[in-house]
Write a protein that binds this ligand. Structure first.
Ligand SMILES: C[S@@+](CC[C@H](N)C(=O)[O-])C[C@H]1O[C@@H](n2cnc3c(N)ncnc32)[C@H](O)[C@@H]1O
Length: 341
């Protein structure tokens, strides 16, 4: 039996997973999102719309049997392809072997979510749908370290439409807000399911993601913490969301932790000059967590309500709020010492 025949069998961690017969004897795995592009015109269209330049280093995630890879190699200076399935790696190597394209292809075998990404100018990929969201945000956070021009990615249609959805759209959600904070996202090609082998259950779309350079000056973790709460119940008013007991007590705990940490750091710095004047213990505690107002000790709930009313957010719904609305809301909370990390 040749090496290739051995390689084509489902091996290693993937052994025993559901497979359908595919290309050159390779069984395609559903669990790995192996839906191979079989329409060459579509492949040409993706490469052309991506705007790949002769000087580009292209990152491809999941090259599979190489239908897109070959076209990318013809258009770019170099392609770095990350593929998790060793059978696909062998097939791709076989396809370029002995051709001038082989010199410009680097294959990294492994899981794209677990490995550090290399430098690249543009990412073009028919992505494995299982990793759509982590991959999108991995790419966008990589942009903070090594900025890139764009990512042109095939996703399931609904995921793509959620990425591009504007405020007020039924599909507008945490994913839309987060992706649009970090990038400009445009839908560029609709792709029917019959362009793949085997055909997936749903249609797909290609989107173009252009990271915002420089990235927005906001702590993304904190931003996502706020957005996650706001979209917990997307059609409720923020007033109603932030009145929920469980949410308030979680925020209050978080608030106390942040204050205690700040106090600990300040104490470390001021250890040699203690200016404390004593006072009522309860009030000190409340002051420590930033909840003392003119009339005395204010409850955390009141504080949050005041912030929302003051900013005009009490009756707003996250499903209709823009990036700027969320940015201003976060700035308002932060200015009152409330954080979402
Ligand atoms: C939708 S197929 C695309 C194949 C090929 N690019 C094409 O268009 O014909 C997805 C590919 O991603 C690979 N893959 C799945 N999960 C992966 C992961 N976590 N990291 C890297 N590659 C992955 C699969 O083995 C498969 O080859």
């Amino acid at each position: 039996m040749s090496n290739l025949r051995v390689a084509n069998k489902v091996i290693g961690k993937d052994k025993g997973k559901k497979a359908v017969s595919g290309f050159q004897g390779i069984e395609f795995l559903k669990s790995r999102g192996q839906h191979i592009l079989k329409n060459p015109l579509l492949v040409d269209n993706i490469v052309q719309k991506a705007g790949v330049k002769k000087t580009d280093i292209v990152l491809e995630i999941g090259p599979g049997t190489g239908n897109l890879t070959i076209k990318l190699l013809e258009a770019a200076k170099k392609v770095i392809a990350i593929e998790v399935d060793p059978r696909m790696v062998i097939e791709l190597q076989r396809r370029v072997q002995g051709t001038p394209l082989a010199d410009n292809l680097q294959i990294l075998q492994g899981d794209c979510i677990k490995m550090d990404l290399p430098y690249f100018d543009i990412c073009v990929a028919n992505t494995p749908y299982q990793v759509s969201s982590p991959l999108t945000f991995k790419l966008l956070s990589h942009n903070n370290i090594q900025p890139f021009r764009a990512a042109v990615l095939m996703f399931q249609r609904e995921f793509a439409m959620r990425l591009v959805a504007p405020p007020g759209d039924n599909l507008y959600c945490r994913l839309s807000v987060n992706a649009q904070l970090l990038s400009r996202v445009n839908h560029i090609i609709k792709v029917g399911r019959n362009n793949f082998r085997p055909p997936p259950k749903v249609d797909s779309s290609v989107v173009r993601i252009e990271p915002r350079n420089p990235p927005p000056p906001v702590d993304f973790r904190e931003w996502d913490g706020l957005v996650r709460l706001c979209f917990g119940r997307r059609n409720k008013t923020l007033g109603a969301i932030f009145r929920q007991k469980q949410l308030l007590s979680m925020m209050e705990e978080n608030h106390k932790t942040v204050k205690a940490l700040e106090k600990g750091m300040a104490a470390g710095m001021d250890a040699s000059m203690d200016t404390s004047m004593g006072g009522e213990e309860g009030e000190d505690e409340a002051r420590d967590v930033g909840m003392v107002c003119e009339g005395g000790v204010e409850t955390f709930k009141q504080k949050i309500e005041e912030i929302l009313v003051e900013g005009g957010y009490d009756q707003r719904r996250s499903s209709k709020m823009t990036q700027d609305d969320f940015l201003q809301l976060l700035a308002l909370f932060n200015s009152k010492g409330i954080h979402f990390t």
